[in-house]
Each structure stands twice: as structure tokens, then as C-alpha cells.
Design a protein around this ligand. Structure first.
Ligand SMILES: Cc1cc2nc3c(=O)[nH]c(=O)nc-3n(C[C@H](O)[C@H](O)[C@H](O)COP(=O)(O)OP(=O)(O)OC[C@H]3O[C@@H](n4cnc5c(N)ncnc54)[C@H](O)[C@@H]3O)c2cc1C
Length: 378
């Protein structure tokens, strides 16, 4: 099999990349290991209105669960601090499928239950991938390979671009989707408390009519495998504000997963290959949010791959444009967020929240400066 572009992974990054490349006229194949795109979700499903707009995606009723106008951040002493900002809580199950359908409508082919095993490397250049499908092991050759295969990124690793994550570079997460949650539904709710949630935070993201994603992320270096679910269960029982919000709530779904919080890898391109989304660690190190960045970087990856094919130059020198462009789009957001992530554990959050809640006209200041929107929402 030979294609212009093979995309590994039909998450947001991969589907948008495939959509952009197919729309530009490329023959595109998407390989996805799961049986159903978007299922199970490993996400709290929050995205800013700015993030969607930046990615050029028009909000659709079919995948918006609820609209948000602010984030509420709670300090350990119960004091709260409001960050204004419009956003959405999505239905990723529907959203991810909607994106892959856009790619298919633009002409891409999709293979499900197709697990990519390694990048095919010929004389230092990536020339496709080997994958295992329902009928055995195959090779797909492509002029550009896009590794959009999430946190594990087997393709990014076997191409030599993505180093393994250290425990300090991962947040391990556990989440329930619950019904009967009692919180204000126009806000996302973040709870910080170094004792309860070491190196991370707890969230409640409402999905309307009492449904909500209720979860926690903690630093891999401060936890053992399986700890996140224990921390989640303990907070539901013992954390004063959280236990009150979920007193009548029942879980209908369990989601677990990891988030890379180290900031992007140094090189997201090579001869014949681009790496995008969680695979490239394009995740905001403060919030763990990666939807906005995956969508924007995915589009750029698809466009640059198509230009490379048009110009008949898929060398690293040409494909570097992808990295230049996504860096330009995000400016210093990743660097700034990484610095904030590093100092957060040193701060007395009770004092920070008390200080911020005492600043006059804070809401107006934040709305017009856009500083916190950049840091919190990526
Ligand atoms: C618990 C949790 C909560 C989160 N909440 C938020 C949030 O509220 N807002 C936000 O912005 N971000 C959030 N994130 C992060 C966000 O989910 C990711 O940044 C985003 O999904 C990245 O998109 P992606 O396409 O790069 O990767 P993914 O969504 O992980 O997609 C990768 C795809 O590749 C497939 N794949 C992997 N390996 C292979 C292989 N070898 N062969 C074929 N296919 C393969 C996978 O099955 C998957 O479909 C959260 C993450 C977690 C874990």
C-alpha cells in the first residue's frame, strides 16, 4: 500500500491533520487502533471558545454538552477565585467522530483496529509504518508519516523523535462521569490542595442537567500506579467542598489516562515525518489541556505535509516549517506555562487566592489582558 500521507491515530490531532491534508488533495490513510473513534474518552472535555475559533472549527450543537463562562478555582481553605473566560464542555465521543468524518468527507481512508507497531526507517528517513490489522501485519508506505498516536507515541519513539516520559513529566488521571452533581453549571471548577492532590488538581466540569466529569490528575513522581483512582475516591468522601457537590451523585463511566506535562519535544519533524498533539507533548503544562493545541497543530501538520508533497520535498529541512508555524501560533504559551507549573508547588495557594480575590477590577483586568486565558486555557 502506498499513500501520500499516513496518519497514525484518529484523535483530534490526527483527524484534523488528515482532514487538512485530504482537503489539499493528498491521498491519506488514517490508522486507528481502537474499534470506535472517540471511545472510551480519556478527557474532561473542556475547551475554550478561543481554542475552537483558533482551530477554525465552528461550534456544533451535536458535540457541545454545555457552555461555560468562567472557571472557579478553590484554595485549600475554601476561598475561591474566578477566572472569566468563555468555553465549552464537549462530548468527545461525538466530537472525535465528527472530526474523522470531516477527514473522510475530504477523501481520507480510515482503518480501525489497526495498531501501528513501528516507523519504517530507510537510510535515516521515515517511509511509512508497520501495523497490525485484523488480518495480520502489513506495511504502509507514505511520503509523509504523521505521528498523532497520543501519549505513548510508538511511532514518534521508533522514529527517534520522542523520548520516554519520566515520572515527573506525567500527570496520572482518574475521572468519573457522574449524574446528580450539584455545582454551578456555567463554570468549570478546579480544586487545588497539595495534600489531597500532590502536584496536580481536582476538577468538576459540568455537562448539563447534573451530569459532570469529576476527576483528578496527580504527578507521576508523587504517586504509584492506581493511586489516582484512590485519590479520586478519597476526595469524593472526605474533601469538604467536593463531597458536598457529589453527595447525591452516581458514576456512570470511569476514565483513566495520563497527560504529558513536560512541554513539547525539541524536534517535532524529521525526514518524512511530523509528530503532533500529545505525541509531541503539545500540552499546556499548567492545566494539562491539549485539545486546543492538538487541533491547531494538527491542522498545520496536515497543511505542511500537503505542501511538501506538492513541492516534492519531504525532507526535514522542508518539514521544519511545521515546527516554525506552530511555535509562531503559540508564542511563548508553553514556556510561560512551564514556568508557572514549576513555581506552583512552591506557592502558598491560600495566600495567592486571597491576594487575587482582593484585587479591584480583577475580572476586567483579566478579560482585557488575556494573560490568564493564555496560561489556563493554552
Ligand atoms: C483524564 C484526562 C482529562 C483531560 N481533560 C482535558 C480537558 O478537559 N481539556 C483539554 O484540552 N485536554 C484534556 N486532556 C488532554 C487531551 O485529552 C489530549 O491532549 C488530547 O486528546 C490530545 O489529542 P491527540 O489527538 O494528540 O491524542 P489522543 O486523543 O490521545 O488520540 C490519539 C489516538 O491515537 C490512537 N493510537 C495510539 N497509539 C496507536 C497506534 N500504535 N496505532 C494506531 N492508533 C493509535 C489512540 O487510540 C487515539 O485514538 C485530558 C487528558 C486526560 C487523560
Amino acid at each position: 500500500m502506498e499513500f501520500d500521507v499516513v496518519v497514525v491515530g484518529a484523535g483530534p490531532a490526527g483527524s484534523v491533520a488528515a482532514w487538512a491534508a485530504a482537503e489539499a488533495g493528498c491521498d491519506v490513510l488514517v490508522l486507528e487502533r481502537k474499534a470506535e473513534v472517540g471511545v472510551p474518552k480519556q478527557c474532561a472535555e473542556g475547551i475554550s471558545a478561543h481554542g475552537l475559533e483558533h482551530a477554525g472549527i465552528e461550534p456544533q450543537d451535536e458535540w457541545i454538552a454545555t457552555e461555560i463562562s468562567r472557571a472557579l478555582i478553590y484554595a485549600p481553605n475554601g476561598k475561591e477565585f474566578e477566572v472569566p473566560g468563555d468555553g465549552y464542555v464537549l462530548e468527545r465521543r461525538v466530537f472525535d467522530k465528527w472530526l474523522v468524518v470531516r477527514a473522510v468527507e475530504a477523501g481520507a481512508e480510515v482503518k480501525l483496529l489497526a495498531r501501528a507497531r513501528r516507523a519504517l526507517v530507510d537510510d535515516g528517513r521515515v517511509v511509512g509504518v508497520e501495523y497490525e490489522g485484523v488480518d495480520g501485519v502489513h506495511e504502509v508506505r507514505a511520503r509523509v508519516t504523521i505521528a498523532a498516536d497520543g501519549i505513548e507515541s510508538r511511532i514518534g519513539r521508533t522514529a527517534g523523535l520522542v523520548p520516554p516520559l519520566k515520572p515527573t513529566e506525567i500527570c496520572t488521571c482518574a475521572q468519573y462521569e457522574m449524574i446528580g452533581v450539584d455545582v454551578e453549571e456555567d463554570a468549570t471548577h478546579f480544586f487545588v490542595d497539595a495534600e489531597f492532590f500532590p502536584g496536580g488538581y481536582f476538577w468538576i466540569f459540568p455537562k448539563g442537567e447534573g451530569r459532570a466529569n469529576v476527576g483528578v490528575g496527580i504527578r507521576g513522581s508523587e504517586s504509584e500506579p492506581g493511586d489516582a483512582l484512590k485519590v479520586l475516591n478519597r476526595a469524593l468522601e472526605d474533601h469538604e467542598l467536593i463531597s458536598e457537590a457529589v453527595a447525591e451523585a452516581v458514576p456512570v463511566e470511569v476514565n483513566v489516562g495520563g497527560v504529558p506535562v513536560c512541554g513539547p519535544v525539541g524536534r517535532t519533524y524529521g525526514d518524512g515525518i511530523l509528530v503532533v498533539g500529545d505525541a509531541a507533548r503539545q500540552v499546556n503544562p499548567v492545566t494539562g489541556g491539549g485539545l486546543h493545541t492538538s487541533l491547531v497543530c494538527g491542522r498545520i501538520a496536515g497543511e505542511v505535509a500537503a505542501e511538501a508533497i506538492e513541492e516534492d520535498d519531504t525532507s526535514a529541512t522542508f518539514l521544519k516549517q511545521y515546527q516554525d508555524q506552530w511555535k509562531e501560533e503559540f508564542g511563548d504559551t508553553f514556556g510561560c506555562a512551564r514556568e508557572v507549573a514549576e513555581i506552583l508547588p512552591e506557592l502558598n495557594l491560600e495566600e495567592v487566592v486571597e491576594f487575587l480575590s482582593s484585587v479591584e477590577n480583577l475580572e476586567e483586568l483579566l478579560r482585557t489582558s488575556g494573560i490568564l486565558e493564555d496560561i489556563w486555557w493554552g
